[in-house]
Write a protein that binds this ligand. Sequence first.
Ligand SMILES: C[S@@+](CC[C@H](N)C(=O)[O-])C[C@H]1O[C@@H](n2cnc3c(N)ncnc32)[C@H](O)[C@@H]1O
Length: 424
Amino acid sequence: MNAEKNLGIKVNPTSNTAITTLIMLANAHYEKALEILEQMGVEKETIFHGADPSDMVNRPSDIVRELRYVALNRTIEESGLNVLMDLPCGYTPKVFEFTEKGMQYIGCDLPAVINDFSPIIASMTNDEQKKMIDFQVVDVTNFESMKAAADKAKGPVCIATEGLTIYLTSEETKQLSVNIRRILAEKGGCWLNSDVETFDYYMAVYKAVAGDRAMELLIKARKGFSGQSDTDLHKNKASYVKNSGEKMSVDYGMIEAQYKSRGLLVEKIPYYRDDIKLRLFDAMTEEEIKKLKENMKHVNVWKITVDPDFREDADTAVPSDIPIDLDLPFGVKSSFHDGVLELSIQGRMDTLTAPEVLKQFQEAEKGVTDIHVDVSKMSYVSSAGLRVFLIMYKSLEDKGRFKMTGINSAVREIIDLAGFDQFF
Ligand SMILES: C[S@@+](CC[C@H](N)C(=O)[O-])C[C@H]1O[C@@H](n2cnc3c(N)ncnc32)[C@H](O)[C@@H]1O
């Protein structure tokens, strides 16, 4: 792994999850998924795990991914829009499915993914296809990066989200919806979010294949995957499956009201259609297929559009009590003397900018006994930035020697909400 990718993965390990989705699609017989994996140099033996009916780890996970993929793709097609902004794209074969249907494809993801994926797709496409494909480095909390992606669109956009929000903090999820409203208000189109009902489409599959053991097996599977991202580190109010096995309920009414308060309207599009067909039906019994079809009647992709009557309110307006210019460009200054590393950070510290702070820390790391971080000019910190602070904090023998000064109210709220107040 090159140094840049290494830093990127450290500040936001969720990029690791993209390859798992791809492997699952290859196991559901999506040839292009397999071709992408081959281009990535992944050994064939490590890709296929077989479809043994008694396998209660891989088989349901594969079905879950294919179900979501099929339901979302069909909803994208039905949107009638000509531009797909895939947010985040991971290493998805969607790029082929939709360019073949004549749609412009804009793949958006973190640098660790885009820097790998875009040359692979370039090597797998002809000149005609290339004209329809763009890739853009995006951090969904960063409006400018999202706007740069949307500006490539040659018309109203269909923004599609699959497998993202469980990795975001509640503050980041809010930022995502505020950013999407701004994009849709300018470009027109809709946002198709298959993530809101994550718990329900997982349960639809697990109940069909495992009956009463569904919850227990789902928790087990979830634990198995948690090593890929370290999102257990922060509090995510949207990650509703409690590992303790507590009874679950998701307040969809509240989520819809939150969207409404951010200027977005929700329409629910059911996963179910009479003619729905998964390739993995081949690996399921008649009874399992029947149950799955019944269960998926209660699961929806959320189609989200701009509320024409929306007026900016307290939930989306820029807070007025922050004593700094929120548009300050990102920058970090550091000095190191007598074991004391002083850092001064300005602007947004997110997945795109946090690697620079980590780099400056790593250059000094040896011999650092004290770390003083001045954040008085920092306008925003995402979980990636908090992760970097945590790496620095943990590196110190005496944790009391980590000092953060100049914390403004917006940054303090993010730190508290994400549960990082326990460290700093
Ligand atoms: C489970 S993968 C899903 C990818 C793709 N939608 C698919 O179904 O194959 C999650 C993706 O979210 C991306 N991601 C996580 N946090 C992000 C952020 N703040 N901004 C943009 N992408 C992010 C990761 O890099 C990863 O590629």
